[in-house]
Design a protein around this ligand. Structure first.
Ligand code: AP5
Length: 219
């Protein structure tokens, strides 16, 4: 399966990708994670990315496309992949479509996470993650286990001011991908409001696969 997870910031794409990648045996390719890893390396490209990410703006298409091209060429993506956070503009979607067509491995599903902006604000405000495992938690909705609080991190761009900009970027530049993928017959819209396990069931139903009996947990 070659899947795209589409939706606004904080819709739950990364949360669902964790159980999907485990159940489907395909890697999650998150452009947000790739960008944050590049920023940590403190290279000139990382410095460039930081300015965009900290402001809540999309990084230029040409820079992110190159990184996606390299990532999808790796061996672990040969049997399928799950793109999380890419494409985010019609230009990125057109580039992706041409690149995948050249390699004879077109997209099979685009899953749209449908959720209101008010819910997103709540989710982003409480998000923390564990750098040791990559696991995402929410302080109220999906609390971390005891004993790891001191190592949990809150993302730099998860603050009210930057989130407003991220939502603007989504509505202006990414939302046009909904009719774009609808026209291609690839879009599967799911209600992303509700418990994580309920959303998991909807995502698996949307891609026509039985949901795992239990949500995967690391370790
Ligand atoms: P990126 O990292 O992709 O951020 P995003 O799209 O804003 O998405 P998030 O990671 O914020 O949300 P998510 O949907 O994964 O939610 P999560 O599962 O964590 O991008 C960051 C930046 O990188 C961009 O601003 C841009 O600058 C740049 N960038 C990235 N890709 C780019 C591209 N293609 N082009 C250009 N620039 C790009 O869930 C959120 C919280 O809610 C968590 O705490 C979770 O525990 C909780 N939660 C999840 N599901 C539920 C539920 N059902 N009920 C209650 N709580 C829930």
């Amino acid at each position: 399966m070659n899947i795209v997870l589409l939706g606004p910031p904080g819709a739950g794409k990364g949360t669902q990708a964790e159980s999907m990648t485990h159940a489907l045996g395909i890697p999650q390719v998150s452009t947000g994670d790739i960008i944050r890893a590049t920023i940590t390396e403190r290279t000139p490209l990382g410095t460039e990315f930081r300015a965009f990410a900290d402001a809540g703006s999309l990084v230029p298409d040409c820079l992110i496309e190159r990184l996606v091209d390299e990532r999808l060429a790796r061996a672990d993506c040969r049997g399928g992949f799950m793109l999380d956070g890419f494409p985010r503009t019609v230009a990125q979607a057109e580039w992706l479509g041409s690149m995948l067509a050249r390699h004879g491995r077109p997209l099979t599903h685009v899953v749209l996470f449908d959720v209101d902006d008010a819910i997103i604000l709540e989710r982003i405000a409480g998000r923390v993650s564990d750098p040791a495992t990559g696991q995402i938690y929410h302080v109220s909705f999906d609390p971390p286990p005891p004993g790891i609080a001191s190592r949990l991190i809150h993302r730099q761009d998860d603050n009210a001011e930057v989130l407003i900009r991220r939502l603007q970027e989504y509505h202006e530049k990414t939302a046009p991908l909904v009719p774009y993928y609808e026209r291609l017959g690839l879009l599967r819209r799911i209600d992303a409001f509700g418990r994580v396990t309920d959303v998991t069931r909807r995502v698996f139903a949307a891609i026509g696969v039985d949901a795992p009996a239990q949500t995967w947990q690391p370790g």
